[in-house]
Design a protein around this ligand. Structure first.
Ligand code: BGP
Length: 474
């Protein structure tokens, strides 16, 4: 069945500074939490990534050619404030002015994230989202950017605060790589909600005329079976990864049921409840009433069943299919029902989950004016065919199949009343992946990382047709 999108619907591509820019030591850029961590790990380096720092003109030109109307990119905080706070680095500021100018020249609307997993090193060492210095510095940096870059009309405070908090303190796949600290995870979640709110409120006080939102990773959580125990495990997992953020940023208050689920997880792990103040809660309430949009990053869904053993996780960071494990004490165990296809990285392909999460925002968070799908796509093992020339096109049927299904679910949600205004494919071009390095490719444009040559994938032409017609290509 033909599925269409409204005429004002925006089709874009997404990226993040650390995953595309490379040039991590250039023009006075300060170090970030990943630099030391990746050096010690020794698996892969964030340089050259897609070398967007030097190739932005080429990538934006390709974007325009293939119907990409908007690009999600992030500012590397440590290019502007190398130490996180203190002195400004003018070469970093000038670089982003050049990038935004190029966006304008190519008729591309930049959607700009202030924090996409790349906390400056010195703030990370001070406790990252758990440190007051970090939170204060983030507000200063955000206000600096609002003033300095009036050409930006769409701002995003934080990308996927949940991924950061959970992977830093529970599953240990992001630095400082701690495991089992549910208390730190929830405190970081609350702190992110509060600083996000402060920044939204500050932006609105500046009357700059643009829009501001937050981007959440929202994996829809289903019970593995109809048993009450599995349903409860799903509710706990949802509170842990989704609901504290949805309540905090989209409703401006924590539902008592959410808090009870959080407390249950912490009690089961003998850890204290997170701290909050009435002043912070007032800030959340004010921001939720002024928020312009929420960004939804959805790739897969989760199925939970009851589990009472010790916490045990294994992250599939190599594409060895079937190796992922997630069993969390006090929450539950992830268990995939029969018949659901997965990627090589064990991400279940389940477009219905996209529809359900969009409808949940529509149904349960009525203050939200607009929704953007700010990331969705599929990571594949792709290589350049032998004897490739500049005109070689990379065939990626699995990608267009995936995109067609997920976009279909978004079109259904719009028909069901969700106010979804745009879609950003992850990713615009092939990029560096935090825990997978260079082997997991998502882009519309293939990058041969050693030579930094760009090649078009078939999905790029598919995307152009989608963007030109607003109809999902068959
Ligand atoms: C999101 C992040 C992105 C990106 C994407 C794909 O969580 O916001 O930065 O990395 O997921 O994830 P991965 O690279 O792990 O496949």
């Amino acid at each position: 069945m033909t599925k269409t999108f409204p005429q004002d619907f925006i089709f874009g591509g997404a990226s993040a500074a650390y995953q595309v820019e490379g040039a991590t030591k250039e023009d006075g850029k300060g170090r970030v939490l990943w630099d030391d961590y990746l050096e010690k790990q020794g698996r892969f380096s964030p340089d050259p990534a897609a070398d967007f720092y030097h190739h932005y003109e080429e990538d934006l030109s390709l974007s325009e050619k293939y119907g990409v109307q908007a690009v999600r990119l992030s500012i590397a905080w440590s290019r502007i404030f190398p130490n996180g706070d203190g002195e400004v680095e003018p070469r970093g500021v000038a670089y982003y002015h050049r990038v935004f100018k190029a966006c304008q020249e190519h008729h591309i609307e930049p959607f700009v994230t202030l924090h996409h997993f790349d906390t400056p090193e010195s703030l990370h060492e001070d406790g990252d989202w758990l440190s007051q210095r970090m939170l204060d510095a983030f507000l200063v940096y955000a206000k600096f950017c609002f003033k300095e870059f009036p050409e930006v009309k769409y701002w995003i405070t934080i990308n996927e605060p949940t991924s950061m908090a959970v992977q830093q303190y529970t599953s240990g796949t992001f630095p400082p790589a701690e495991t089992g600290h549910f208390d730190k995870t929830f405190q970081a979640e609350h702190n992110q909600n509060v600083i996000h709110a402060r920044i939204v409120n500050a932006y609105k006080d500046m009357h700059l005329g643009g829009k501001i939102g937050v981007v959440h990773a929202l994996q829809t959580v289903y019970p593995y079976s109809d048993s009450p125990a599995d349903k409860h495990a799903a509710a706990l997992q949802d509170a842990f990864e989704n609901r504290l953020y949805l309540d905090g940023t989209l409703a401006g208050a924590y539902d008592p049921e959410t808090l009870a689920l959080v407390k249950e997880i912490l009690d089961a792990n003998n850890q204290p409840m997170f701290k909050s103040t009435p002043e912070e809660m007032a800030e959340l309430d004010k921001a939720a009433h002024q928020l312009d949009f929420v960004g939804v990053n959805n790739y897969f869904s989760k199925w939970l069943r009851a589990y009472s053993g010790a916490s045990e996780t294994h992250h599939n960071g190599t594409g060895a299919k079937g190796t992922s494990v997630s069993r969390l004490h006090g929450i539950g165990e992830e268990k995939l029902p029969e018949g659901i296809e997965t990627t090589d990285w064990d991400w279940p392909i389940y477009p219905r989950g996209m529809h359900d999460i969009l409808m949940r925002i529509h149904d349960n968070y009525p203050l939200v004016p607009e929704i953007y799908v700010t990331e969705n796509g599929i990571g594949l093992k792709e290589s350049l065919p032998e004897g490739a020339t500049a005109s070689t096109v990379i065939d990626d049927p699995k990608r267009t199949d995936y995109l067609g299904k997920y976009l279909g679910a978004i079109a259904d949600a719009i028909n069901d009343g969700a106010n979804v205004k745009g879609y950003f494919i992850w990713s615009l071009q092939d990029q560096f992946s935090w825990t997978n390095g260079y082997s997991k490719r998502y882009g519309l444009f293939f990058i041969d990382f050693p030579t930094q040559k760009r090649y078009v994938k078939k999905s790029a032409s598919w995307f152009k047709q989608l963007s030109d017609t607003h109809i999902i290509p068959e």
